[in-house]
Design a protein around this ligand. Structure first.
Ligand code: SAM
Length: 323
């Protein structure tokens, strides 16, 4: 993995310098080159193109697993995003992706094939981390994002990992080009949705002023989940304490069954006010049933082996007793 990261990093640095791009834009360019097995930038000098070809010749993608490719690409994107990313453009951390992947795999275990949608796919790190855990399922997946550079990174990462994902570059709070899915995953963008007109069709629009994008995202995700399908959200812990929360609570109660709320370790976040949880819902509809009891837990640090072992045991017990 380190060798792949080094090659991606060196070629990105070189492309950024030669073409006066930001590092993260150069990561996208180099990813395209590696995927096509060629240097696609005609404006490069012959010497620069030759140097790049030499770096690319040292990479045999087939010798890496999908996870190794995801991680090497993710490290470069992270380095690029550190240059100045808006907090809502931050990629979902590795450990969260792996944990959500585990949950999706458990909740969808009875379906050998299903569709999966991420309406805030960003760099694709969460989506591909989840896909890499669904080895025993046939998954038709799609990802949507409003940010064209992030979506390009997503698409290149999926290509390099050989995941046939359908991508759409659009505002997810308008009518989606993607079809409703059996499962939705979403690391919610938190903040206000600036388009008041666009928020009008939502039950969760604010009574006055801008609406919360994260509330609208929950409603829109529900619109694009098939009846009986599952939703896995990364939510801010304060989701249920804002002044708009009663409306959100009522909406969720009407439309879905709460399956679980798992608080991510506080140590993962800069402060308690930035902490997040994984919130699992099942959309009401044929075959959907409320659990005897929702799965509620505070997750230990992912590096705490014993703590994670006993958490997995607790989750397994919940699956056999409450569903
Ligand atoms: N899971 C992603 C990853 O691994 O990179 C990170 C998701 S990030 C927390 C939230 C994403 O929501 C950002 O990529 C942002 O561009 C996107 N977003 C925000 N508002 C949006 C909108 N109205 N429509 C579509 N995407 C939006």
């Amino acid at each position: 993995m380190e060798k792949l990261f080094t090659a991606l990093n060196e070629s990105s640095e070189q492309l950024a310098e030669e073409l006066d791009l930001s590092y993260v834009e150069a990561v996208a360019e180099t990813g395209e080159n590696i995927f096509h097995g060629d240097v696609l930038q005609d404006e490069l000098s012959e010497i620069a193109a030759k140097k790049l070809r030499k770096i690319y010749a040292g990479i045999q993608l087939d010798t890496y697993t999908k996870e190794e490719i995801r991680k090497a690409f993710q490290l470069c994107v992270l380095k690029g995003l550190k240059e100045g990313a808006h907090p809502n453009h931050q990629m979902t951390p590795d450990s969260v992706g792996l944990f959500v992947g585990y949950l999706v795999q458990r909740f969808m275990s009875e379906k050998s094939s299903f569709s999966l949608l991420d309406p805030a796919v960003g760099t694709g790190n969460l989506l591909t981390a989840v896909l890499n855990q669904l080895k025993d399922h046939q998954v038709e997946s799609s990802g949507v994002d409003i940010d064209d550079l992030l979506l390009q990174l997503s698409y290149i990462s999926a290509n390099l990992q050989k995941h046939p994902v359908q991508f759409f570059n659009q505002d997810s709070l308008q009518n989606l080009f993607a079809d409703p899915a059996d499962a939705v995953i979403c690391d919610l963008p938190v903040g206000y949705y600036p388009n008041d007109e666009g928020a009008l069709s939502y039950a969760l629009k604010a009574d006055e002023g801008h609406s919360y994008a994260h509330h609208l995202f929950i409603e829109q995700s529900m619109n694009y989940t098939k009846p009986g399908g599952f939703l896995f959200f990364i939510i801010p812990n304060q989701l249920f304490s804002s002044k708009e929360a009663p409306k959100l609570n009522a909406f969720i109660k009407e439309e879905a069954y709460i399956q679980g709320l798992l608080q991510l370790p506080l140590s993962m976040f800069k402060g308690e006010q930035h902490a997040k949880s994984v919130f699992i819902l099942q959309k009401k509809g044929e075959g959907a049933e409320p659990p005897k009891q929702a799965l509620l837990a505070d997750l230990p640090k992912f590096s705490n082996f014993d703590g994670m072992q006993s958490m997995m045991k607790k989750i397994n017990e919940w699956f056999s007793s409450s569903r």
